[in-house]
Design a protein around this ligand. Structure first.
Ligand code: HEC
Ligand code: HEC
Ligand code: HEC
Length: 387
């Protein structure tokens, strides 16, 4: 007869093994977050190092080696870093700040850097945050006269002279709205826009300082003495000190001394809405532009912009010549002239008429031309009109 087998050692061993596996798994789990953090830190350190390199080469001349600011605002500032997320820094750096020294850096805006490069630069800037000093002047307080210049360069096209509104957009200089909403509502509305209703998103185009300038202008409208009549013959009292010639943007010639609001009807504007594009912060090359013109524009606007191409179904009957170009687009300030042309090239336009055969394509919105090509062709069109 066989003696009873003793399973106890096996059972004990199995139990111990199970326990051991269980414990080592717990230990592994406990270490996992640390391991992930270590990997992330490693990755982030690599990004910061790469970003530091790019920053030193490209940004330090204006913003200072440690972001302390010199010719350009300080970036190493607690307030700036605490209130500005990575996405916002990324887009400001990508698109630059039009009409300032701050260039567009992203290749998608004609600059030298890739998305990855800019993410690395942002990681480097972000790495300052834990020790960033309080620099209260970073985002300087708004300046209403700078705000008026921005308004006249960027918003007037839709919101009209002195914010009185046009057929494209409502009046902003409207006492009941101005008193109904506060600065933070206006900030959000300007930054986010209402793209589905034709109000562009400005948060990625304007710097925080420029938005502050606009808020100062809006505040000036809000606090204008309520009974003050708007004397028709006095040009725009609220925005008297206009520091840049941009202020003269086409509206200047069209708004008559009688202050008529019908002015917007006289101005050649594309039928599609949207503001100036990234090409405006680039320098155009006339020779390269003549090439783009010959390839893309000549079939509709004629050799050297002379026009004469029929457009059945449009009221004009022909596609407009660009040489000479419609004189409501011309401006003595080349920046304004370029802006007026750019609106058509960016967003396209449908001529009035029952069923125009040819329409102006949206070269920018549809990415048919790069910002640099648009800058080049604008330079070419301006050169054609230089007599
Ligand atoms: C030629 C000078 C110049 C260079 C080079 C330059 N910047 Fe700027 N930058 C400016 C100026 C001027 C402004 C302020 C624009 C304004 O008035 O809103 C600015 C604004 C900014 C802002 C917004 C800051 C704020 O408080 O609104 C950021 C972020 C920025 N620059 C990052 C960079 C980075 C990153 C680089 C390098 C890739 C760079 N800049 C290179 C001149 C420069
Ligand atoms: C392409 C035309 C266009 C441009 C350019 C434009 N806007 Fe607008 N904006 C609109 C339209 C359209 C609306 C009304 C949207 C709606 O119906 O909700 C609007 C609404 C607004 C409102 C909300 C007004 C209210 O009382 O509800 C503010 C504030 C505003 N815009 C500010 C600006 C500023 C500042 C600029 C320049 C940086 C600007 N807009 C440039 C088209 C434009
Ligand atoms: C398929 C034909 C076509 C092509 C190609 C074309 N355009 Fe146009 N363009 C038009 C039409 C049509 C208009 C008139 C739009 C309107 O009246 O709203 C126009 C208007 C313009 C205007 C405004 C002029 C004015 O008097 O209203 C400019 C500037 C312009 N085009 C530039 C260009 C440039 C630069 C190119 C090449 C990148 C180009 N166009 C290619 C058809 C074309």
């Amino acid at each position: 007869m066989r003696s009873n087998e003793n399973y106890l050692p096996y059972i004990a061993t199995a139990a111990l093994l199970t326990l051991a596996i269980f414990i080592s798994f717990q230990v592994f789990i406990l270490h996992e977050p640390a391991r992930i953090t270590a990997a992330e830190t490693y990755h982030n350190n690599a990004a910061v190092a790469a970003g530091k390199d790019l920053y030193t080469k490209n940004c330090a001349t204006c913003h200072g080696l440690d972001g302390e600011g010199s010719d350009a605002p300080a970036l190493n500032s607690r307030q700036f870093l605490n209130t500005t997320d990575d996405g916002t820094i990324f887009s400001v750096v990508s698109s630059g700040v039009p009409n300032t020294e701050m260039p567009a850096w992203n290749q998608s805006h004609g600059g030298p850097l890739t998305d990855e490069d800019i993410k690395n630069v942002v990681a480097f800037i972000r790495s300052w945050q834990p020790t960033a000093p309080e620099i209260t002047v970073t985002v300087r307080a708004g300046d209403a006269s700078k705000g008026a210049a921005i308004f006249n360069g960027t918003c007037i096209v839709c919101h009209g002279q002195n914010g009185k509104g046009t057929s494209r957009a409502p009046a902003l200089n409207d006492q009941s709205r101005l008193h109904q909403f506060n600065d933070s509502w206006y900030r959000d509305t300007i930054m986010n826009g209402r793209p589905s209703k034709g109000m562009p998103t400005w948060g990625t185009v304007l710097s925080p300082e420029q938005v502050n300038d606009l808020l100062a202008l809006i505040d000036q409208w809000r606090n204008a003495p309520p009974s003050q009549p708007q004397p028709a013959a006095t040009p725009t009292p609220a925005v008297a000190p206009l520091p840049t010639p941009t202020a003269a943007i086409t509206q200047g010639s069209a708004v008559t001394a009688t202050g008529g609001t019908a002015a917007s009807g006289n101005i050649a504007r594309p039928s599609n809405p949207g503001g100036g594009g990234p090409a405006l912060s680039l320098v155009g090359n006339v020779t390269a532009g003549s090439q783009v013109y010959a390839e893309q524009c000549k079939r509709c606007h004629g050799a050297a912009g002379q026009g004469g191409i029929n457009n059945p179904g449009s009221n004009d009957g022909t596609i407009p010549p660009l040489n000479p170009i419609d004189d409501t687009l011309v401006n003595a300030d080349p920046k304004v002239f370029a802006y007026n042309i750019d609106l058509f090239i960016e967003h396209g336009s449908t001529p009035s008429g029952t069923n125009p055969k040819e329409t102006m394509p949206a070269w920018g919105d549809q990415h048919k031309l790069t910002p640099q090509q648009i800058a080049d062709v604008i330079a070419y069109v301006i050169s054609l009109n230089k007599k």
